[in-house]
Each structure stands twice: as C-alpha cells, then as structure tokens.
Design a binder for this molecule. Structure first.
Ligand code: URA
Length: 235
C-alpha cells in the first residue's frame, strides 16, 4: 500500500462506507485531518496523520489478505449489473475495505481465490512475469493419457492459435486430473483440456503459489496467517 492515500479511500479502508458515500460525508464537513476540517475527498493522508469522522478517531487497518473458497455461480468482479459477484460473499466487516480479487475464476469454477487491499502484491501475483503456479482439480470427459501429459509439458496450442506455456498434467483417475499452469488466460484450463478432447465438467483451484485451499468450507473466507503471507512475499 502506498504511504499516502486519498482521504475518501483512507476512510473506505477504515470501513466507514463506500467511496461515493464518503465523498458526500467529507464535503459535509464531518471529517477532520489533524484537527482541521478537510472538505477535499482527494486530500492526501499519510500514516502519521490523525483522521476523525464526527469527532471519532479512525485508524486504517494494515494490509489485508483473505482466501475464499469460491462456489460456482458467482462472477469474479467487484460489481456486475446482472450476476452475483464474489464480493457478496466477503464477510460484512471487509466489504468496505477496498479488497480486490487477485486474478479471476470463471463463474462456474470453484476454489481458492485471494483478495487483498495491497495493490502492489495483487499486481505481482497476477503478473505473467512472476509465473505464479496455480493448480486445478479437473473432472472431465474422456481418458487422459501419457500423450496428453507430454503435450501439456511441451506447451499446448489452443484452437484459436493461442500458445500456452508449458504446464503439468497429473492423471489421478479416469476423468480426474490435476493441472498446473503459470499464467491466467481466459478459460485457460477448460480450453487446454478441450484441445486434448477432455472437456471439463467441474473445475476447482486448489493451490496458488505455495498456498493451499485446505479444508476451508465452500463459500467461506479466512484471513491468511503470517506464515502464509510470508509464502506469498517471495513473488
Ligand atoms: N482456467 C479456467 O478455465 N477457468 C478458471 O476459472 C481458471 C482457470
């Protein structure tokens, strides 16, 4: 997180409301910075400054990183006119904390989805340059075999000519495989499997970097532990 932030964002990070609500609150002279009424929502606030709303001191929380076990049926977006979004599944206390999903899972994909308010970390984790490995459990039609494994390892070419980086395919059982990719192209795993005649019926992300989904129940979120944050820091 950058050290200075706009006053409306600072207040949103404190959970005081949405940015648009807070712009109104700020313009109504209810917010003071270092004791002075501040009516400019864009006013830059540093970590050592005191901020009050209606006389109540507010403290911005530090960096937040949450893991969600995303259920099917929710789109990965901060807002959507028609669909339910993953933001609706965040615990109430974090709704106004400026959390953003790290990358994207398709509407029908389940599993590990991170959220953070740390823009720099978010960009590192989704940057193709960092090649963060992501592992998916895929249930699919057809029987994957050694030739498929070799084709994944060599780097698949999708139907539209898109070239994929080398990936790993581990065959668990008939119709059930693990896929590891280090990039995040649109519908990537589904398209990779389809290109080998193995259409995916069910997809769940179970690992990202060194983080595992573990036993987190579907639809639930939890904060990462310090150890888990350490595992992400290397990217
Ligand atoms: N690959 C897919 O096809 N879908 C996802 O949601 C993630 C990876």
């Amino acid at each position: 997180m950058s050290t200075k932030s706009r006053l409306d964002k600072y207040l949103a990070d404190c959970g005081a409301g949405t940015r648009s609500q807070l712009r109104h609150v700020i313009r109504s002279s209810r917010v003071r910075v270092d004791g002075e009424v501040q009516k400019d929502p864009g006013y830059p606030v540093g970590p050592d400054q005191s901020v009050t709303l209606d006389g109540m001191p507010l403290k911005r929380p530090g960096r937040l990183i949450l893991m969600m076990n995303k259920p099917a049926g929710y789109v990965t977006a901060t807002e959507d006119a028609w669909e339910r979004t993953v933001m609706e599944l965040l615990p109430e206390t974090y709704r106004a904390s400026d959390l953003k999903p790290v990358g994207r899972l398709d509407k029908e994909t389940e599993g590990l989805l991170l959220f953070t308010n740390d823009g720099a970390l978010l960009h590192r984790l989704i940057s193709p340059k960092r090649a963060v490995p992501k592992v998916y459990l895929a249930r699919h039609e057809g029987k994957a075999g050694e030739e498929d494994r070799i084709a994944f390892e060599a780097g698949l070419e999708l139907e539209d000519g898109t070239k994929c980086r080398p990936a790993l395919l581990e065959i668990l059982a008939q119709g059930e495989s693990l896929v590891m990719v280090t990039e995040g192209k649109y519908h990537q795993v589904r398209r990779m499997m389809a290109s080998r005649g193995l259409p995916v019926q069910y997809l769940r992300r179970i690992r990202e970097g060194s983080l595992s989904l573990g036993e987190l129940p579907l639809g639930q979120c939890r904060l990462l532990s310090e150890d888990e944050i350490g595992l992400l820091e290397k990217y």
